[in-house]
Design a protein around this ligand. Structure first.
Ligand code: S3P
Length: 443
């Protein structure tokens, strides 16, 4: 990762134009990992080339499934389910919880011993949530560690398993389903709240036997073991979680009119957009179409008067990565915005509940945390003028850069370099729309 640099975002002119955001991070990780588990060649277009995903590409290569870029396309030469080989050296996931947790599911089913390592932020994040089911299926973990660094040992004899998710996490669901591909028999994951379903969709697309059973409000997802996946072409749509920063910036900057093309609008990912519409934002979904098993659209957003909203806890899984930027938008609304059910925010790249409320307060915006609820007291014209600690969290950095574009005084974020984990083009894309975000290199 490059050296931290400060970003200083200034209030300026309206934002305008048509842009594309980079590929979806969740789908990008999965396309590399599932390509590695498929037989033959998987060609991926639109892969996100952020640091998190590039780490995953290097790691599948270390495990014997070569991932390379040829012209504009990434190609993975898969080894088949259970066919990965012993890596040389540590598997370094950098900042990525998705990379590490899903790969634990991959390694569980292969005769591989691997040392998982990551940066300071990732080394603090809980891995027990995936290790509990994966150890029941046969994964061994040295010294019973529950945080990185950790040495793990997979097995060719994975046991099928039925697991009810104790937390609404697509990463945990995915890790268990991936390990289940290698088991002899059927593995089932039960989720009380729907989480993003890219694993189910892509595994099915590559030939796995996946079925979904509705059980009241819950869903049971079954995967048949001894699976065979076939390499295929995958097109990665634009990331709605990255688009959210541009949408938020346009919504709060007067006279803006911005269109973001080719954005994934899978309903397990669009809670932020639903909420903004409830707040009175002027958002249109244009040219809706199907591409590679997912629905995509062009999103047009124009600035408008916003009002506070009450965001229900059931919506949290579909917008879990968007709360920091929603909190920023809420500062420009008339009235309070109450965000419920945010327990999972505390275990992201940083404690995002604390980082968000601290960042708001540093900029003169009243925010209160009570249990798992964040309330932002909207003030229409927030003062800004503060410096925000990003805590190695790309979404905190981008959310508060957006605040500076419409607050009275400039806003500084202390580490713009971390943004490259998920959205390396953030600064040039914002500049293209007309935003003024100054980069101050540390000496
Ligand atoms: C992701 C799932 C979410 C999300 C993360 C990506 C995924 O985490 O926060 O950025 O790709 O499965 P949880 O599943 O832990 O909530």
């Amino acid at each position: 990762m490059s050296k931290p640099h400060t970003l200083r975002a200034h209030r300026g002119q309206k934002l305008q134009g048509h842009v594309c955001v980079p590929g979806d991070k969740s789908i990008s990780h999965r396309s590399l990992m599932f390509g590695a588990l498929a037989i033959g060649r998987t060609r991926i277009t639109g892969l996100l080339e952020g640091e998190d995903v590039i780490n995953t590409a290097r790691i599948v290569t270390q495990l014997g499934a070569r991932a390379t870029k040829i012209d504009d396309t990434w190609e993975v030469l898969g080894r088949g389910v259970g066919g990965l080989t012993q890596p040389d050296g540590d598997l370094d996931f950098g900042n990525s919880g998705t990379g590490a947790r899903l790969m634990l599911g991959v390694v569980a089913g292969n005769s591989v011993s691997a040392r998982f390592v990551g940066d300071e932020s990732l080394s603090r994040r809980p891995m027990g949530r995936v290790l509990t089911p994966l150890q029941a299926m046969g994964l061994r973990v040295d010294k019973n560690r529950t945080t990185l660094p950790m040495m793990v040992h997979g097995t060719p004899d994975v046991l099928p398993f039925e697991y009810e998710l104790p937390v609404p996490s697509a990463q945990v669901k995915s890790a268990v389903l991936i390990a289940g591909l290698h088991a002899r028999g059927r593995t089932t994951v039960i989720e009380a709240e729907a989480t993003r379903d890219h694993t189910e969709r892509m595994l099915r697309y590559l030939g796995a036997k996946i079925s979904v059973e509705e059980r009241g409000d819950a869903r049971a997802i079954h995967v048949e073991g001894d699976a065979e996946l076939q390499g295929r072409d995958i097109t990665v749509p634009g990331d709605p979680s990255s688009a959210a920063f541009l949408v938020a910036a346009a919504a709060i900057t007067p006279d803006s009119d911005v269109t973001i093309e080719n954005v994934l609008i899978n309903p397990t990912r669009t809670g932020f957009y639903t909420t903004l519409c409830e707040m009175g934002a002027n958002i249109e979904f244009l040219n809706e179409r199907e591409a590679g098993g997912e629905t995509i659209a062009d999103i047009r957003v124009r600035s408008s008067e916003l009002k506070g909203a009450n965001v229900p806890a059931v919506r949290a899984p579909s917008m879990i990565d968007e709360y920091p930027v929603l909190a920023v938008v809420a500062a420009f609304a008339d009235g309070d915005t109450v965000m419920n059910g945010l327990a999972e925010l505390k275990v992201k790249e940083s404690d995002r509940l604390a980082a968000t409320s601290d960042g708001l307060q540093a900029n003169g915006i009243a925010a209160t945390v009570s249990g798992d609820t964040l309330t932002v007291h909207g003030m229409k014209n927030p003062p800004g003028g503060g410096r925000v600690a990003t805590h190695l969290d790309h979404r905190i950095a981008m959310a508060f850069a957006v605040l500076g574009l419409a607050a009275d005084r400039p806003v500084e974020v202390d580490d713009g370099a971390i943004i490259a984990t998920s959205f390396p083009e953030f600064e040039p894309l914002m500049a293209k729309l007309g935003a003024t975000i100054e980069r101050i290199e540390s000496t």
